[in-house]
Design a protein around this ligand. Sequence first.
Ligand SMILES: Cc1ncc(C[n+]2csc(CCOP(=O)(O)OP(=O)(O)O)c2C)c(N)n1
Ligand SMILES: [Mg+2]
Length: 889
Amino acid sequence: MATTLPNLDDIDVDIAEWRDSLDYINEAYGPDGVLAIIRSLQNHALQRGIGLNEATLNTPYTNTIPPSEQPPYPGNIHLEKRIENIIRWNAMAMVLQAADSKSGVGGHIATFSSAATMMEVGFNHIFRKRSESYGGDIVIPQPHASPGTYARAYLEGRLTAAQLANFRRQLQPEGGLCSYPHPRLMQDFWQVPCASMGLSTPTAIYLARFSKYLENRGLKPSNGGKIWCFIGDGEADEPEVLGTINTASREKLDNLVLVVNCNLQRLDGPVRGNGKIIQELERSFRGADWNVIKVIWGGGWDGLLAQDTEGILRKRMEDAVDGDYQWYSVSPGNIQREHWVENNPKLAEMMNTLTDEEVRDIKRGGQDPKKVYAAFDRARHTIGSPTVILIKTVKGDGMGAVQGRNTVHQKKNLKPEERLGCAREYDIPLSDDEIMRAEFYRPSDDSPEIQYLTKHRAQLNGFLPAREVSCPSLSTPSLEEFSEFLRGSGERQASTTMAAVRLLGRLLKNENIGKFIVPIVPDEARTFGMDGLFRIAGIYSAEGQNYHPVDADSLLPYREAVDGQILQEGICETGAIASFMAAGTAYAVHGIPTIPFYFFYSIFGFQRVGDMIWTCGDMLCRGFLMGGTAGRTTLNGEGLQHQDGHSQVVAETVPNLKSYDPAFAYELAIIIREGIRRMYVEQEAIFYYLTLYNEPYTMPPFPDSDPTEGILRGLYRHHESTSTTAEKSHLLAAGPTIVLALKAAEMLEELGISTDVWSVTSFNELYRDALSCERWNRLHPLDDEKKSFLGSSLENETGVFVAVSDYMKTLSAKLTKWIPGEYVVLGTDGYGVSESRQELRDYYEISAEYIALSALDALARQGQRSREDVVAFIAEHQIPPDKFNPVDL
Ligand SMILES: Cc1ncc(C[n+]2csc(CCOP(=O)(O)OP(=O)(O)O)c2C)c(N)n1
Ligand SMILES: [Mg+2]
């Protein structure tokens, strides 16, 4: 490791001779010659067991771009600094006013303080908005730096002082601002949600990838547009960050720039006190084939580094760890000097060219706009690979005594004298009283600052971030197109998964919307029978297919193509859901109405990437989440970690997600058709979750009674009893459990109990509707009562009710209040078990026998049947009364 390497002076070898030799090879054979020699030496060392990771993956702890390659700065640094300082002040003032209001809503200052310069360089010179001729940059700032983005928008005249004053108070009458970037809550402003640490990186990577996909498929012109994603150095510890970076280089995403604000601190303390986060990240990103640009030192070091012919200063820079650097950021110049030169007379001599003040003021790269611009400029001109820029900054830069302290992240208030100190340093022309009240400052529209800032944004096509949706509506596919599913399967049996994949195949052929369909699947296409689509739609690959596929001669070859339509994501649910997000938001990002159908193993959806699904809701994403091989018992054999009996329960927690658990192919067709209409014709901000099953059974034809409304709102009577006995039961079944309910109905009819079977396509939709009617009635006591769909569907029904699904009982139990009679819920609570379908259904007590038993028992409890009848039923069907309860496993 760097800190333990011996000094070159202490090694008895003439290093100058080695260097001369390399120079000679370079002159005679060029860089390839040098590479060949180094590679040979490297292999030689490796064969002797010498680990070379650091030597090969790390460059020195200096700026990647030397002063000689630095482009001239394209702006007025002095004026930009002034603007930056005003923005810094207003950003700070927002949080201070929130603190003064005693509303307790909080806010952060330190993150933006460290990021201000890099953001300003970007906004003044780099981030370009979408136009006729340009695809448009997307800027994803660090979430905790949001006050800075708001403060700039205030200067730009896009936000009012009242809005700034209501930071984190969105319910105030004058309007307010959300804490972090949340497109759902500020739909004209924020483009991408990023407040859950780590998720913005895969989001950015897959947005960039989807942009290339659209270009390669001819849906978008190749007219540029980059994703600029800013994250924290602490944030880079989230597994989603480094976990998805290989995709970016494999896909050659040169439209992606990730900027890591390396202020060396996270919330609690140093990110890598004992090491160097920049070097560590450099190794990871270089190892993943990214273009890495380090911005470590400000221009104040250039002169010293130029004098450092013996590498003394560089070695010292290399040896100091981040804990030291953080300490320097809080220490006076003389103390810094003492520690830095560490009795090294040569270094002391070099540093003596600077006063203590100058030592104290010497800046890090992220505080120097010229260094930042050089990096941003190189990144935007990089071709063939994604770029990561590692920028060293100071957390809480300019916050006075708390700058660089471990507590700075949480610092939400400043004392009056601290406020004065900051404002005076920023040269804010407000009175002392105004400063102590943390008032905002905005120069007049004709001031040089506002003129400069607006001119530069105009040159870059307008203000950012901005979310401007302009997307054509599609047309709803006709019902005839789904006739195959409305006809039923006849003698054949089919599963809802098979039906869904066939339906997807049909939609792909639709003249109007076919090209907008984006089938997405992790490494599971064969599980769902989607391999048939490979040939017709092709698997997207930016490189095409440079090999002869092993199954080229078969009917279903693995066909990769540059214009392939299917996104086969490999075993990466995070990437797949990020692709769903990119495809489902292309209507807003690019004005292109792509319709994602993401097929996945249902248990690896909400459970695995629930936070990303929540983010999809935030980003107003559209599309269909298709949870395949669903159901705790229907997916037999796979056991505890695969058998999903709860995703429908969790789906209910996402407010604008419509979740359905259909039983039949025609239900599926009606729901998907309506989803396309609502999302892509009416442009509603909703998305869909459908659970699909692998159990084949006969798919009935669309009933003459036309249950369309019931299918969409959650329930309809699928089977009406022809008997008219006094005793009545209703079985409410979802998904494939309807087959069990129909069998149970026969058993109950044999016992003389008239039984209807209702297909419940969505317990969740019924519940939401019932709650919303109940709320409305409470608020309108004198008006006619609104009836919920569930209430009016069942209002004339009597008897007992049994609900069953392949999900936890809580899914149906939440309807209890609105069911007009004794109500029993059956479900699959407990961990999954490896067993056959039939055994599992007995085990979780949802088989036909248990359904019938539940109805019979409910009637007995109502006094309509004797308890002896129940005992007899238990005995006849050999139901073990002392059976193990699955939730106890
Ligand atoms: C998933 C998640 N975990 C925790 C948090 C809380 N949190 C917000 S900011 C932060 C520290 C950020 O540190 P860093 O990424 O280094 O950014 P900096 O503020 O230093 O620029 C934490 C822990 C969060 N927002 N999301
Ligand atoms: Mg940090």
